[in-house]
Design a protein. Structure first.
Length: 101
């Protein structure tokens, strides 16, 4: 079994490029992007597929389909493999995005 480096600079560069691309995906109701809102929970990179795990601001977000499609398209602009977007059941907390009134 080969040793896996604790830090893979190429993978990190790809993750940062993906996050940068995802700043173009804006939640129309709040007017902030999915990165600022802390909706992107995890990015899993593998040679065959890139998976983005995300949450929505509300369980019944009327823009869910559109936002998921935009996330997929933005990630596809960065990576050259299949992109899967997984919606997590976790509830969004505005404090994760620094939104505290």
């Amino acid at each position: 079994m080969p040793d896996v480096p604790a830090f893979d600079p190429q993978a990190r560069a790809t993750e940062l490029a993906i996050l940068d691309a995802l700043r173009a995906v804006v939640d129309p109701e709040i007017g902030m992007n999915v990165v600022e809102l802390a909706l992107i929970r995890q990015i899993l990179l593998s040679p065959e597929q890139t998976e983005v795990k995300m949450i929505l601001t509300t369980p019944f977000c009327p823009y869910a389909g559109s936002m998921i499609q935009q996330v997929k398209e933005q990630v596809e602009s960065v990576v050259e493999n299949d992109v899967k977007v997984t919606l997590l059941a976790e509830r969004w907390d505005p404090r994760d995005a620094g939104l505290v009134w």
